[in-house]
Ligand binder design. Structure first.
Ligand code: ZN
Length: 268
């Protein structure tokens, strides 16, 4: 059992008879140079950093089809709104193969994706929506001052709220160490967790105030992630966790079997 500070204790996540599952695939949709000063509060005066992947995830549900969680980077870092130019120079995009190239390499047509979920609206996660005209975009109505405000014409967008239960089947309830999880398909197979504050690394001892509007909230989210990581049947994969490049299989191989083995390794 793990616990989050003053919060309720948490146990294993639901894994009941008749439990529905999705298959999950990790896609390495480009890399960026992540300066340490953007991440760690004790590195504000340094020029050090590291090249990190930007992972996106394909989620396959038996009845509900294919969903992409984030789209990674745009190919060669081209085509972003001009407002991102300064940021792009800092983060040095390396993306010879974008998510469409990767999907095509695994014989998944972009037109077969029916849902795209954006974790947040930063350039290294939003990619390019235009190859997915038939997909509904699911996003949070946060970041009112986002540099990324324009979606393609006719883009279907559904904003989700963690504050309200949206009928008929999208139920918000605590899950693991998080207070608000949205049961996306209504069958317990996929939850979106409310993880505010922006968080790059679960092991970060300090979080640089340069990169977080809500530093205290970000720290709390990191605590929740660490608590989730400590749960027996949970495997946490972070969007920029470069160590995972050598540890986990990438699309077109599913993470499913690997995740079961990884959970067993954690238990020792
Ligand atoms: Zn990012």
């Amino acid at each position: 059992m793990a616990s989050v500070a003053e919060d309720r204790p948490i146990g294993p996540l639901p894994d009941v008879p008749g439990q529905r599952y999705v298959s999950v695939y990790a896609l390495h949709a480009g890399s960026v140079f992540l300066p340490d000063r953007e991440v760690f509060d004790d590195s504000l005066d340094t020029d050090t950093g590291s090249k990190v992947p930007s992972f996106a995830f394909l989620i396959q549900h038996g009845q509900r089809g294919k969903l992409l969680f984030d789209l990674g980077l745009r190919k060669h870092g081209m085509g972003y709104p001009p407002a991102w130019n300064e940021t792009l120079q800092t983060f040095t995009v390396d993306c010879p193969h974008d998510i469409v190239d990767i999907l095509n390499g695994g014989d998944v047509a972009p037109s077969s994706i029916n849902t795209i979920v954006y974790s947040h609206l930063h350039f290294d996660h939003v990619g390019d929506l235009s190859p997915f005209p038939s997909a509904e975009l699911v996003a949070l109505p946060r970041y009112p001052d986002s540099l990324w405000q324009e979606f393609p014409p006719h883009q279907k967008v559904r904003y989700i709220q963690f504050e309200d239960n949206v009928p008929p089947s999208r139920v918000v309830a605590p899950l693991g160490s998080f207070d608000r999880g949205l049961d996306f398909y209504g069958d317990g197979s996929l939850y979106l967790l409310d993880a505010p504050g922006h968080f790059p690394a679960i092991s970060a001892p300090l979080l640089a105030r340069e990169n977080y509007d809500e530093l205290d909230i970000a720290r709390k989210t990191v605590d929740r992630l660490k608590a989730m990581h400590a749960v027996d049947n949970v495997v946490v994969i972070l969007a920029h966790e470069k160590e995972r490049l050598d540890e986990m299989p990438l699309f077109p191989t599913a993470l499913d079997d690997w995740a079961v083995e990884e959970a067993q390794r954690k238990r020792g």
